[in-house]
Design a protein around this ligand. Structure first.
Ligand SMILES: *[C@@H]1O[C@H](CO)[C@@H](O)[C@H](O)[C@H]1NC(C)=O
Ligand SMILES: *[C@@H]1O[C@H](CO)[C@@H](O)[C@H](O)[C@H]1NC(C)=O
Ligand SMILES: *[C@@H]1O[C@H](CO)[C@@H](O)[C@H](O)[C@H]1NC(C)=O
Length: 483
């Protein structure tokens, strides 16, 4: 049975790439009753293509075209002729198809195989059960059933470069038709109204780099859609923030790349320990000083969600030779100088302790795991691209991200290793978005951003950070948040 389905899918594929087969199928099985004259006409017709049959529509991906019974024919002679032509055509088709099938199927498994109807969600009212579930293990299912979108490209807060529908990224509308189904639990889309009702007088702070802003915008747009009155309100240091007045509910984004404070450093004429080691230019990173944009955030948000990572593996900014990170503690350079990896460990530990001390009792703390990039054929500044139109297969994911392969995007799993260590035993919960996102090479803006470089790092909105928020809110619903 699976074999048959595979064959049908392969056939569909070939038909998409081979118009001749499509035309034949339409001649033989098409809905419009072809007369024998039409069947006899040499094909393809010279000059303009025939008005009938129509070119195969995109819905060829579903198989029902082939299941229609033939129309009985009126005259027996045409009928014999018809059968004869059919047999010849089908034989030819079968041979073409089979040679194609056997030659092209040593390639990675065909993506269409992953298109299965979505499973029914299991009942998720039991908070304890959902807290125990590992949401990060699962599969993306193609689910094209029309649902009202949680928001669309008209949401004003979407940064232009991430607005893939408005930016005409090919396949942008398909991105949200894939649904993440964890292996052992349900992850339904969160209900914005119910969420607002249950989070009155609460404020949520997103603290981190542009990937956390991407997630913040997704949550904002989802909530904006269901409630009228909002006020732009920026808590101290925040880059942007909004209060949903009816609910006195606030979300804000605090921009910080490294969490720790940093700035340009250059050698002092009077000399010093770094100068004596030959350093001339770089960035001073104070491992024990939180960046001002968020330093106060733990004292006024009820829920905080942190991230850092992309900037730690950014040699174009923190070039190890021309502009290295120079770590400082208590205002003094750390010698011998730390590598960025060691610096990351120190900063994570320090910042986690800082937040734990600064936060009011009952504050809910999350650390989001690293968001994967999907540059292939080079890094972002070396012509790398991500022209996928469907999620990757598990094999492709391993190829791209396994630490052993040390590929362009290897930092995602490396950063997570540091993160897991730092969060262990702390008050932070991990929000693991990495695994589900690794599959989604199709969900980046790619060339739609209109920038000089292709964007395979941020995510299209609407897009998969919507699912991150589903996950975030599923976790929240199993925790009692008090103000
Ligand atoms: C997207 O396509 C529409 C219609 O073809 C066009 O009007 C619009 O300018 C395009 N947008 C971009 C960013 O290319
Ligand atoms: C609104 O919520 C904030 C916390 O986010 C709280 O401090 C404040 O008292 C609330 N205001 C009202 C009018 O309830
Ligand atoms: C990984 O690759 C980078 C260059 O792409 C190289 O500089 C680095 O040494 C490699 N690391 C390991 C552990 O092989």
């Amino acid at each position: 049975m699976t074999k048959t389905i595979d064959m049908m899918q392969a056939l569909t594929r070939i038909m998409e790439s081979n118009r001749v087969c499509c035309w034949f199928i339409f001649f033989l099985f098409g809905e419009n009753k072809a007369t024998s004259k039409e069947l006899l006409r040499p094909w393809p017709a010279r000059g303009t293509p025939p008005a009938r049959p129509p070119p195969p529509p995109q819905t060829m991906a579903t198989n029902h075209h082939f299941k229609r019974p033939h129309q009985p024919l009126s005259s027996s002679s045409t009928s014999y002729f018809y059968i004869f032509v059919s047999i010849i055509a089908l034989t030819a088709l079968f041979l073409v198809f089979f040679s194609h099938y056997t030659t092209s199927y040593s390639k990675p498994p065909m993506r269409l195989q992953s298109i299965k109807p979505i499973k029914q969600y299991v009942n998720d009212d039991n908070g304890a059960e959902s807290a125990a579930c590992d949401y990060s293990e699962g599969k993306w299912f193609y689910d094209p059933t029309v649902r009202p979108p949680r928001y669309d490209e008209t949401c004003k807060e979407i940064y232009k470069g991430w607005n893939c529908v408005a930016g005409n990224r090919s396949g942008a509308a398909e991105i949200v038709k894939w649904r993440w189904q964890p292996n052992h639990c349900a992850l339904p889309p969160f209900d914005p109204l119910r969420f607002l009702e249950s989070h009155r007088d609460i404020s949520i702070g997103f603290v981190g780099d542009s990937l956390n802003r991407n997630m913040f915008v997704s949550l904002f747009c989802s909530l904006r859609r269901v409630t009228g009155e909002i006020k732009k309100w920026r808590p101290a240091g925040a880059d942007r923030g909004f209060t949903f007045l009816k609910y006195n509910f606030t979300i804000a984004y605090h921009r910080t790349n490294l969490l720790a404070r940093y700035g340009r450093w250059s050698a002092n004429a009077k000399g010093g320990v770094l100068e004596s080691l030959g350093y001339k230019e770089g960035y001073r990173v104070d491992v024990d000083v939180p960046e001002g944009t968020w330093a106060e955030a733990p004292s006024f948000h009820n829920i905080l969600i942190y991230n850092t990572g992309h900037w730690w593996w950014a040699p174009s900014k923190f070039d190890p030779v021309k502009s290295p990170m120079l770590f400082h503690e208590k205002g003094q350079p750390l010698v011998p100088p730390l590598s960025p990896e060691t610096g990351l460990d120190v900063v994570l530990r320090r910042m986690i302790s800082y937040v734990e001390e600064k936060a009011r009792p009952g504050t809910v703390l999350f650390f989001r795991t690293q968001s994967p990039r999907h540059f292939e054929g080079g890094d972002w500044d070396q012509g790398g691209s991500c022209a996928h139109l469907q999620p990757l297969s598990p094999e492709e994911v391993e190829q791209l991200f396994s630490v052993e392969n040390n590929g362009t995007n290897v930092e995602v799993r490396l950063v997570n290793e540091h993160l897991y260590e730092a969060v262990k035993g702390s008050a932070f919960r991990l929000l693991d978005v990495t695994r589900m996102s690794e599959f989604r090479a199709d969900a980046h803006p790619s060339t739609a951003g209109g920038k000089k470089h292709v964007d395979c790092m941020h995510w299209c909105l609407p897009g998969i950070t919507d699912t991150w928020n589903d996950l975030f809110i599923a976790h929240l619903s199993s925790i009692k948040v008090r103000n």
